[in-house]
Design a protein around this ligand. Structure first.
Ligand SMILES: Cc1ncc(C[n+]2csc(CCOP(=O)(O)OP(=O)(O)O)c2C)c(N)n1
Ligand SMILES: [Mg+2]
Length: 337
């Protein structure tokens, strides 16, 4: 019942919607005014099923769940197949500085999109492997597109979505489960913020896999700015004019950071390069770093959901005032529990 899952309590508009909550914490089971079932999830589901069967209960649903799942599987196929075709490529996210995508393409000549990179990683991972992420656009993107095979196979820091958690987590997870491959997905800004544990990974001789998703900036914050009437301010890595970062994008080669520590590194600018790199990396015994040049604005979009983000309620800017009014309107629509 997190913010992502419930669209900040705004998603369930139908007054007849009621929740049955199974939770081993009484405190959490109370949330959303739920009918509470306090206990172990597996045992409780079996016990409830028995009671419902005895009462002759039959669900009103027929194909709805299977149909929705099939529709979503088709959408995942589409997302995984998106390729940047050139400077005039139209990415998923519309709210953007028109300079950025063509400029990024000219800089790196990359066809790799974030959704295709995630699909490729997923396809190359084994059923026992573990994926890790924490901050940036990746946690929400992966909540939408990732499919897990095993309990503990999806290690994502949703508590604070704390940038910088990732590299340390790759070492910790590898220490806890040395026999499986772990794959850490981290945004370029998160990687810049905290990558000092690379030295510890090498020191401990742990074979981790770190994938830096370089979209040349704070991608998800740029999206937020641009959908909240603010415009693009200081969330792309652009050269400054001494005051504002309004110049060209700053190119960065993250493989060099990995090389400095003696890691095996890969630069990936297409699905094919990423796939080859992932296959090769499985043969390595040393930690691997992948520099993924993912075209900006190619993360998943919101699918009509809403997120209750605090913003300035008083501003000289009309676009900020409009966005603030929308926040107030949506808050009024959200259900109270
Ligand atoms: C320690 C920390 N500081 C600030 C934030 C707020 N924040 C959330 S995402 C983000 C930018 C992330 O950029 P990047 O890591 O490149 O990921 P992208 O959104 O581009 O995928 C910021 C500053 C945070 N989550 N954690
Ligand atoms: Mg980024």
């Amino acid at each position: 019942m997190s913010d992502f899952t419930t669209s900040s309590k705004w998603l369930f508009q139908n007054e007849n919607v009621r929740f049955v909550s199974i939770n081993n914490s009484r405190y959490h089971a109370y949330k959303f005014d739920a009918v509470k079932a306090v206990g172990d999830a597996k045992v409780t589901v079996a016990a409830l099923a028995e009671i419902l069967r005895a009462k002759g209960y039959k669900s009103a649903y027929t194909n709805e769940i299977a149909d929705a799942k099939a529709e979503w599987d088709a959408e995942l196929e589409r997302l995984g197949g998106i390729v940047c075709t050139g400077e005039d490529f139209e990415p998923i996210i519309k709210a953007r500085d028109p300079r950025t995508v063509p400029e990024f393409y000219r800089l790196y000549g990359t066809s790799l999109t974030q959704t295709a990179a995630l699909a490729t990683l997923r396809a190359c991972m084994g059923p026992d492997d573990i994926v890790i992420t924490a901050g940036g656009s990746l946690p929400s993107c992966m909540q939408r597109v990732w499919k897990t095979d095993k309990r503990g196979g999806y290690h994502v820091e949703y508590g604070y979505s704390c940038m910088g958690y990732e590299v340390g987590a790759s070492l910790g997870v590898k220490m806890a489960e040395p026999d499986v491959e772990e794959y850490t997905c981290i945004g370029d800004s998160g990687f810049q913020m905290l990558n000092s544990e690379l030295g510890t990974i090498m020191q401990e001789k742990r074979k981790t896999n770190i994938l830096v998703f370089d979209n040349c900036g704070f991608g998800c914050i740029n999206n937020l700015e641009m959908t909240h009437g603010i415009g693009s301010i200081a969330t792309e890595f652009r050269y400054t004019d001494g005051k504002k970062p309004c110049g060209d994008l700053v190119p960065t080669d993250y493989t060099k950071i990995g090389e400095a520590y003696g890691m095996k590194t890969y630069s990936c600018k297409s699905v094919e390069e990423l796939r080859d790199a992932l296959i090769d990396s499985r043969k390595q015994t040393v930690a691997c770093l992948f520099d993924l040049k993912v075209v900006p604005k190619t993360m998943t979009d919101g699918y009509g959901s809403w997120w209750n983000v605090g913003m300035a309620m008083v501003s000289d800017s009309e676009s900020v005032r409009d966005a603030a009014q929308e926040v107030l309107d949506r808050r009024a629509e959200a259900r109270k529990y």
